[in-house]
Design a protein around this ligand. Structure first.
Ligand SMILES: [Ca+2]
Length: 504
C-alpha cells in the first residue's frame, strides 16, 4: 500500500535536495499543503499513472439518518465501510434541492451566482454554456470523463453533460425517473433516458435504474485506457417514485385494489431482505420500501467497489460521496407513471426540517471521502460544503484555477491529509426561484429567514447557536445583537455576488 508520507517528512526531503526519488504526485501534494504555486502539467502516460481516478457519487433525497453510519436502523454496509475507512464529514452541507446542489457540486459556486433558475429543481439551463465544470477541469487535465445517472442541470440535449466536459454520458437528462421505465414526469422531458444525449427508447428491458447505473459504472471502470478517469455517478435513488422488486423484495410491489393509493401488503409479512433483519423488522411498509431502496443503492456501490478491486484500481481511486439534500417525508404520488402516494415514509430527526428547507434537516447530509492509503480514517467535525469539492479536487490533480472558475468553496486538503483547520468562512443558502428561504452559518451561529422579501434588516432574521441548539428551536436574536449584525452583514456580502433579476 502506497501511503502518503507526513507533510514534515515531505518538506524535509524536498529541502534535502534532488537525490531522492519523488513522484510528480507527491510534489503536487507538497504544493497543495504549502500553498506553493503549482505550475506542473501532467501529460504523459507515466505521470497519468500516478494521478488518482476520481468517482464523485451523489445520491438523491437521502437524509442524514438514511445511512447506516448515522442510523443503526438502516442497512448500508458498503457505504458504512467506505466511510469508516475514510474521512467522514460530520457537518457536510449541500443546497436544499436537487438542481441547486448539483450546480454547487459541478461548478464550485453557489447556485445564486447563476440566477434564480438555478435555485430550485428546474429543466431550464441552470448555467450558461461555457461555464467551467468538474467535467471540463478533468477533461482539460487529461482525464477520461464520464457522467452516469441524473443530470438535471438543463434537460434539453442542447444543454446536456457532453457540452460540459463529459466525453460520455448515460442516464437521465431531467430529474427523477420511474425506476423500471426510466420516464420523467409527463410532458416535454418525459423521454429523459439517453446515451450521449441520444434518447434510448423503451425501458432498457425493464431493468431498475439503480442497476443500470451500477452496470454502466462497472463497465467504465473495467475499460482499458491510458488515462485516469473521472466518473460523476448520480443515483436516482432514493428519490420517489420508490419501486423495489426482485432481489430486494420477496414479491413485486403492487397496488391494493381496494385502496389504490396504498401498498398491497400491510400485514407485516417481510418484503425486503437483509442479513441483519433491519428491513424485515420495519413494520411500516412504506418505510420498508425506502430501506430497500437504500439497501439496493448500497449494493450498487458495493458492485462498483468490487469492479475497482478486480481491475486493480481501488488504491488509486478517490471516492467522494454525498446526498443532494435532506429527506422527502410525504409524497403526493401521480407525478410519474405508477407513482404511489406515500405518507410519512421518512422522518426528519435528528434535525429540524426536510428537503427544500434551509433548516439543518434540508441541507446537512451524510458524506465522506475515501482514498485507501492516502486518507487516514477519521471524522471531521468542521463544517464543509459541496462547493468545496471542486477546489479540493483541483488541488489534488494539479489543476491551475482560471479567473473563470470563481469558486466560492475552499480547498479541503488541509483537513483531509492533516489535522489543520480551514480558513474561517461563512456558508450561505437561499432557495426557490422566487426566493423565500434564507440562511447563513458562521462558526456555531446561524441566521434563518422564511418568507418572501430580501432580508434587508438584521431584525428580519432568527438566530440560533448550532452547538447548543442543534435542532434550531431557540431564537436568541434579541440576546446577541452584535452577532446578528455580523451575520447579516456577511449575508449582504454573499447576496451581493448573486445574479438577481432586475438589479444586474
Ligand atoms: Ca434531491
Amino acid at each position: 500500500m502506497r501511503r502518503h508520507p507526513q507533510f514534515n517528512e515531505f518538506k524535509k526531503s524536498l529541502l534535502l535536495g534532488g537525490i531522492m526519488k519523488i513522484s510528480i504526485f507527491q510534489i503536487l501534494i507538497i504544493c497543495v499543503l504549502t500553498g506553493l504555486p503549482n505550475t506542473l502539467k501532467f501529460v504523459d502516460a507515466e505521470e497519468n499513472a500516478q494521478r488518482p481516478n476520481v468517482i464523485v457519487i451523489i445520491t438523491d433525497d437521502q437524509g442524514w439518518a438514511d445511512i447506516g453510519f448515522n442510523n443503526p436502523n438502516v442497512y448500508s454496509p458498503h457505504l458504512d465501510r467506505l466511510a469508516s475507512q475514510g474521512v467522514k464529514f460530520e457537518n457536510h452541507y449541500v443546497m436544499p434541492q436537487c438542481t441547486p446542489t448539483r450546480v454547487a457540486a459541478i461548478t464550485g459556486r453557489y447556485p445564486g451566482r447563476f440566477g434564480p433558475q438555478a435555485l430550485a429543481a428546474n429543466n431550464a439551463p441552470a448555467f450558461p454554456l461555457g461555464t467551467p465544470t468538474l467535467g471540463t477541469m478533468f477533461q482539460e487535465s487529461g482525464y477520461s470523463t464520464y457522467l452516469c445517472g441524473k443530470w438535471h442541470l438543463g434537460s434539453d440535449p442542447s444543454h446536456g453533460p457532453n457540452h460540459f466536459g463529459f466525453e460520455h454520458s448515460y442516464g437521465s437528462l431531467a430529474g427523477a425517473v420511474g425506476m423500471y421505465d426510466h420516464r420523467y414526469r409527463s410532458g416535454k422531458f418525459e423521454q429523459s433516458w439517453h446515451r450521449d444525449l441520444k434518447p434510448i427508447p423503451g425501458n432498457e428491458n425493464g431493468t431498475h435504474a439503480t442497476d443500470l447505473i451500477a452496470m454502466e459504472a462497472t463497465k467504465i471502470i473495467k475499460q482499458e485506457r491510458q488515462k485516469p478517469f473521472f466518473l460523476y455517478l448520480a443515483f436516482h435513488a432514493v428519490h420517489t417514485p420508490l419501486d423495489e422488486r426482485g432481489t430486494f423484495t420477496d414479491q413485486p410491489t403492487a397496488l391494493d385494489p381496494k385502496n389504490p393509493d396504498r401498498w398491497a401488503r400491510e400485514d407485516g409479512i417481510p418484503w425486503f431482505h437483509d442479513p441483519r433483519g433491519i428491513i424485515q423488522d420495519e413494520k411500516d411498509p412504506e418505510k420498508r420500501l425506502l430501506l430497500a431502496a437504500i439497501h439496493h443503492m448500497d449494493y450498487a456501490v458495493g458492485q462498483i467497489v468490487k469492479a475497482l478491486e478486480e481491475s486493480g484500481q481501488r488504491e488509486n481511486t478517490l471516492i467522494l460521496f454525498s446526498s443532494d439534500n435532506g429527506p422527502q417525508v410525504n409524497w403526493p404520488g401521480n407525478a410519474y407513471p405508477d407513482d404511489l402516494k406515500l405518507s410519512q415514509f421518512n422522518q426528519t430527526l435528528p434535525m429540524r426540517g426536510k428537503k427544500t428547507d434551509v433548516w439543518e434537516g434540508g441541507i446537512h447530509v451524510p458524506a465522506f471521502a475515501n482514498w485507501p492509503g492516502q486518507f487516514t480514517a477519521k471524522t471531521i467535525a468542521e463544517p464543509v460544503h459541496i462547493i468545496d469539492w471542486f477546489p479540493t479536487l483541483a488541488a489534488l490533480i494539479g489543476y491551475q484555477a482560471t479567473p473563470q472558475n470563481k469558486w466560492d468553496g475552499v480547498n479541503l486538503t488541509p483537513v483531509l491529509f492533516e489535522n489543520r483547520g480551514l480558513p474561517k468562512r461563512d456558508l450561505y443558502w437561499i432557495w426557490n426561484k422566487k426566493t423565500n428561504r434564507w440562511a447563513l452559518r458562521y462558526g456555531p451561529w446561524k441566521i434563518v429567514k422564511y418568507g418572501a422579501g430580501e432580508p434587508s434588516q438584521k431584525t428580519d432574521w432568527q438566530l440560533f447557536h448550532l452547538i447548543e441548539d442543534p435542532q434550531e428551536k431557540n431564537n436568541i436574536s434579541e440576546r446577541h445583537p452584535d452577532v446578528l449584525d455580523q451575520l447579516h452583514q456577511l449575508f449582504l456580502m454573499q447576496r451581493g455576488k448573486d445574479q438577481v433579476l432586475g438589479n444586474r
